[in-house]
Design a protein around this ligand. Structure first.
Ligand SMILES: NC(=O)c1ccc[n+]([C@@H]2O[C@H](COP(=O)([O-])OP(=O)(O)OC[C@H]3O[C@@H](n4cnc5c(N)ncnc54)[C@H](OP(=O)(O)O)[C@@H]3O)[C@@H](O)[C@H]2O)c1
Length: 250
């Protein structure tokens, strides 16, 4: 059996937690970022940044680096990367495990309207001009240019380099995880009447939904995009066990 060498596809809190656990357990691995943010979180594993060049590029990388395991810990909405990982691992004969948070489910007091994608979220906005917390990150904002009558509050990791594609928008610059008290203050301060969010799952991004519930505000929640079938776990211990390492005391 060759010594395991994992490729960890990152860009999430879960990926960073896993990288720490792998480093502590002495599991060799390469951490991969797409390169979307100006100041990515430093990782305790050798790190590479940027796309692989599609499925063919990823197959080549897996072979060149003698990767024995791939962990897809990308964001649930990073569907292209997840699809590529499924295809490339099949082609290269490298086992793949997705490490992904469970989606959120509504509880008592939540006023959520689920929509299948971003375009449906834009179409579901009210007719009356509304103050919307558009909590979808920086990508795909142009979809909401079709609804220029609304005022949009954006929360971005980096200050925007170019003009925003929305005529009535303002951005706060902040990096998660967020808490309920902070999100309540943000929504009150900006007189938000409606939230648009992706069903990302996880604790740090959930604060806005709890704040929405506390304020009695509706949420348009975008369902996750489809990815091909692959083994998935939301438990870090299961990933370590799959890599051949059990961790005690977690
Ligand atoms: N989408 C979101 O809402 C969201 C939210 C938070 C964080 N993120 C993180 O931001 C990154 C980009 O997200 P996205 O939605 O733009 O992804 P995407 O649409 O699925 O991926 C587009 C392309 O970006 C490259 N890429 C994506 N993730 C990569 C990674 N971890 N390492 C190397 N290349 C990667 C790949 O390029 P090639 O085809 O050239 O290999 C991929 O085909 C992901 O790593 C994700 O975890 C995304």
């Amino acid at each position: 059996m060759p010594t395991p060498k994992a490729l960890l596809l990152g860009g999430t809190t879960e990926a960073s937690r896993l990288a720490r656990a792998m480093a502590e357990a002495g599991i060799a691995g390469v951490f991969s970022y797409a390169g979307r943010t100006d100041r990515p979180v430093a990782q305790p594993l050798p790190t590479r940044v940027g796309g692989f060049g599609g499925v063919a590029g990823l197959v080549e990388f897996l072979r060149a680096e003698a990767i024995t395991h791939v962990i897809d810990a990308t964001h649930p909405f990073a569907a292209q990367m997840s699809r590529n990982a499924v295809l490339a691992c099949a082609e290269a004969g490298v086992p793949l495990l997705a490490h992904e948070r469970a989606p959120w489910a509504p509880g008592p007091g939540d006023d959520w309207r689920r929509v299948p994608d971003l375009a449906a979220a834009a179409a579901a906005l009210p007719v009356q001009p509304t103050r919307v917390f558009l909590a979808i990150g920086r990508q795909n904002l142009e979809v909401f240019a079709a609804r220029p009558e609304h005022h949009y509050l954006l929360r971005l990791v980096d200050p925007p380099q170019d003009a925003l594609p929305l005529p009535r928008a303002e951005a706060v610059i902040a990096r998660g995880p967020f808490d309920v008290a902070g999100d309540l203050a943000l929504m009150r301060g900006h007189r938000i009447a409606l939230i648009v969010a992706k069903n990302a799952g996880g604790a740090g991004a959930r604060a806005k939904l709890e704040a929405a519930r506390a304020l009695g505000l509706p949420v348009i929640l975008i369902d996750r995009p489809a990815v091909p079938d692959r083994p998935v776990t939301d438990r870090l211990e299961e990933v370590l066990a799959w890599l051949g390492h059990a961790r005690l005391g977690v």
